[in-house]
Structure formats: structure tokens, C-alpha cells
Design a protein. Structure first.
Ligand code: MTE
Length: 320
């Protein structure tokens, strides 16, 4: 995400945290390195220090992305947005080594018959894991293809028997300042929060991911459990979830709270609705090389057949 100086923060922005020129140089260098496919060798040792990822048992779901070519592991795990570990794309891999994704508990609350605290094992137990290869489009106009391992979010939510008042579902990221150095900086209001309308959450495309490339999620990708909604801009994919709350009212979301004019609640990928500061019509495909042409962005990121009906009759220019 690109930060415009949010007023309520008293003017803190990433380039204030490190000096402006260092910030810009690192950003430009890393972008060039990733685009040129050099990122693995361009990054310092941090990524290598991360704990080894465990193998997962899963089946490949050929109905989702069997025709897509995933990005390289180094690209998916070194070029991240996870502001709790810093605002540069390389920060999450470098600064998340101390983060402990196990043991893990998810609190379920709000408008549901079944609520309480569930361990990671409780959450996963009834859900067979599958690999799905999804196109992922970041609001910053770049994209990747990622082989996630996870299970349908709707299957999980149904277990809690949401009541008829449950119109939305809200998610919260863990807040652990001792393990997440980025929390020192008020670049967003912490903890990170996100939300979906309940019918969006129940759509079969929405998954809870616990792995990538057949192994458990690295910390920088949102270990141990995160949301993936491939028809929406990447920022909806909240990481390291510790709370799921069923609500009657639309819940706040971090980026909307920070800059409402730029980031809406829906955040559906839409090449026809520009971000106020840049076009969303095309995207840079990470890994295609610095000089590759940008490819056209697809409505709902190419998943219109599965999700367009969720928004029938809505003005998508207003509900961005
Ligand atoms: N979740 C939390 N808790 N904190 C974040 O800063 N960044 C979001 C999203 N989830 C973010 C987050 C943004 S802006 C994007 S693009 C995706 O995570 C990036 O996911 P990736 O690094 O696995 O590609």
C-alpha cells in the first residue's frame, strides 16, 4: 500500500521512519530487483533466518487455477505487505523472525450460536486442505499468482451457526508489539482489522489459507492463518487472524479507516474505477521483468463468473 500522510497520525509516514532518500532508494531498488527476478539474491539474510516451514497434507483442487503459472517462491515470500513488520516490501521477511505463530487461538464472537476460543488445531480439524492457484492483484497495480493451501472460509463460518443478524463478518490480526516491530509506528490504527459481507464470506472462492507452495505459511505471508479473497485487492487478505466476529453492522476496516477516499469497504478489483492517485486499468506482473508490458486488469480480477452476482444492482463507483 502506498501511504499518504494520514492526518490523525500526526504526519508519520514510512519515509519519516527512515530517511526519505534511503526509503525511496530501497523501494526503487527492490521493485527493480523483483521485476528482474533477482529478488532472492538481492535480499539480505533475514528471509533465510525464518524458521523452516512444515509440509502440509493437501490435495490439488484442479478447478482453481490449474492453468495458471505460479510466481517463484522467492517472489511470494520476499515481496510482501505486512505493516506490523514494517512498511517496505522486504521488511516482513526480514523482521518477522521472532514472531511465534504457534500455539495459536482464534476467538469467535458476536452474532452466532457457537462462540468461544478455538485452537488452531480445532479450527483446522474438520477441513480437508486443498491447493488452489489464485491470481492476486494488489491495489498498488502489481500482481502475482500464488498457490495457496487452505479451505473454504464458508465451511468454517457455518460451524459457528451465524444467526439471522449476522450480516457481516469481521476479522482482527494479532497485536504483539514484542514480536512485531512495525507496531511501534502509528502508520495504521492497530490492530489491523478487515471485514466481508456475510454472502461474500460464504462465496466458495473465499478461503482461509494456512500454507503456500505446499508448506505452512511463512510469518511474512500471515502465519498461521489468513484470509484470501482473490477477486478483491490484496489488502482485504488480513493476516495472522486471532478474532472472527459476526456483526449486524458493517465493521471498520484498517485502510478505509485510514484513507476512506482511497480504500473502500468492498475493494473489488475493478479496472474501470481508478484509485484517486493512479489508474487501475493495468498491472505489473511481478517476475515478468522490468521492461515487460503491463497487462490489462480484469474485472473482479478474472473471477466475475463466480462473484459478479454478489454485487448485482450496486453502483461499483460508489461502493469501491
Ligand atoms: N494484514 C495485516 N495484518 N497487516 C498488513 O499490513 N497488508 C495487506 C494484506 N494483509 C496487511 C495484511 C496488504 S496491503 C496486502 S497487498 C496483502 O496482505 C499482501 O499479502 P502477501 O504479502 O502475502 O502478498
Amino acid at each position: 500500500m502506498l501511504i499518504k500522510r494520514p492526518e490523525y497520525l500526526g504526519g508519520v509516514k514510512p519515509s519519516d521512519i527512515i530517511s526519505e532518500s534511503v526509503y525511496e532508494n530501497r523501494r526503487t531498488f527492490l521493485k527493480a530487483a523483483v521485476a528482474a527476478g533477482l529478488v532472492g539474491s538481492a535480499l539480505p539474510a533475514g528471509a533465510a533466518q525464518a524458521p523452516a516451514q512444515a509440509d502440509l497434507k493437501y490435495t490439488k483442487n484442479k478447478a482453481f487455477g490449474a492453468d495458471l503459472k505460479p510466481n517463484r517462491y522467492e517472489e511470494v515470500t520476499s515481496y510482501n505487505n505486512y505493516y506490523e513488520f514494517g512498511t517496505d516490501k522486504s521488511d516482513p521477511a526480514q523482521n518477522s523472525g521472532k514472531f511465534k505463530p504457534q500455539p495459536w487461538t482464534v476467538k469467535v464472537s458476536g452474532e452466532a450460536e457457537v462462540t468461544g476460543d478455538f485452537s488452531y488445531e480445532d479450527i483446522l480439524k474438520p477441513h480437508p486442505l486443498e491447493e488452489r492457484i489464485y491470481r492476486m492483484r494488489c491495489v498498488e497495480a502489481w500482481s502475482m499468482v500464488i498457490p495457496w493451501v487452505g479451505f473454504p472460509l464458508g465451511d468454517l463460518l457455518k460451524r459457528f451457526k451465524p444467526t439471522s443478524k449476522a450480516k457481516y463478518v469481521a476479522f482482527t490480526t494479532v497485536n504483539r508489539p514484542s514480536e512485531m516491530p512495525g507496531l511501534r509506528y502509528p502508520v495504521l490504527e492497530w490492530p489491523y482489522v478487515e471485514g466481508l459481507r456475510i454472502d461474500e464470506a460464504m462465496n466458495p472462492l473465499a478461503i482461509m489459507a494456512v500454507g503456500v507452495f505446499g508448506k505452512t505459511l511463512p510469518n511474512q505471508n500471515g502465519a498461521p492463518i489468513r484470509l484470501v479473497t482473490p477477486w478483491k485487492y490484496g489488502f482485504k487478505g488480513i493476516k495472522s487472524i486471532v478474532e472472527i466476529r459476526f456483526t449486524e453492522k458493517q465493521p471498520p476496516t484498517s485502510w478505509n479507516r485510514s484513507q476512506a477516499r482511497e480504500y473502500g469497504f468492498y475493494a473489488n478489483v475493478n479496472p474501470e474505477v481508478d484509485h484517486p492517485r493512479w489508474s487501475q486499468a493495468r498491472e505489473q506482473v511481478i517476475g515478468n521483468g522490468l521492461f515487460a508490458a503491463r497487462q490489462p486488469t480484469l474485472m473482479f480480477n478474472g473471477y466475475a463468473d463466480q462473484v459478479a452476482s454478489l454485487y448485482a444492482g450496486m453502483d461499483l463507483r460508489k461502493n469501491y
